[in-house]
Design a binder for this molecule. Structure first.
Ligand code: FES
Length: 166
């Protein structure tokens, strides 16, 4: 696990952001989750080195910090893209072809669900329902919602977020 994560971190690693977060919370007990949230806000994810630093400064075992970081879905241990695509696979979207939408997005972006493009422009995720079932099948890109999707519409939508076409 350690090696797999390390390949995603920067070298040399910039400890500045994690150190300033730790300084801000230095007098607060039980602040592990707010610290992790603040560190993730700084880096966009939780780099392995930052987790090591947090464990060291809080004087707790690394496994405890790592356990919290992996337990909550809000935390990400790998860099994410500038644009987060969340494609809905809830029942209404599934019935209306959500799986085909995911397949097409995977083909366009050359990614599996959960992956990030090499240029870090896009991360592809799936969600259970985004509350727009009447527009199924649906996806969100960042805070924008796209409904009544067809596989033909996808390339054009993605291009508007900086995907270069061949
Ligand atoms: S099931 Fe997709 S928005 Fe509700």
């Amino acid at each position: 696990m350690k090696e797999a994560l390390k390949c995603y971190t920067e070298d040399p690693f910039d400890y500045g952001p994690v150190d300033s977060v730790l300084a801000k919370y230095k007098d607060q007990k039980g602040a592990t989750i707010p610290i992790l949230q603040a560190v993730q806000d700084e880096y966009g994810y939780l780099p392995y080195q930052a987790l090591e630093r947090i464990a060291k400064v809080l004087k707790v075992p690394f496994s405890r910090i790592f356990g919290v970081a992996t337990f909550f879905a809000q935390f990400h241990l790998q860099p994410r893209g500038e644009n987060i695509i969340r494609v809905c696979l809830g029942t209404a979207c599934h019935v209306r072809g959500g799986a085909k939408i995911v397949e097409k997005l995977q083909e366009i972006l050359q990614l599996d669900v959960g992956g990030t493009t090499a240029d870090r422009k896009f991360t592809l995720e799936s969600v259970a329902c985004i509350g727009a079932c009447g527009l199924a099948p649906v996806m969100m890109i960042n805070n924008d919602t796209f409904g009544r999707l067809t596989t033909q519409k996808l390339a054009g939508i993605i291009e508007n977020y900086g995907k270069e076409t061949e």
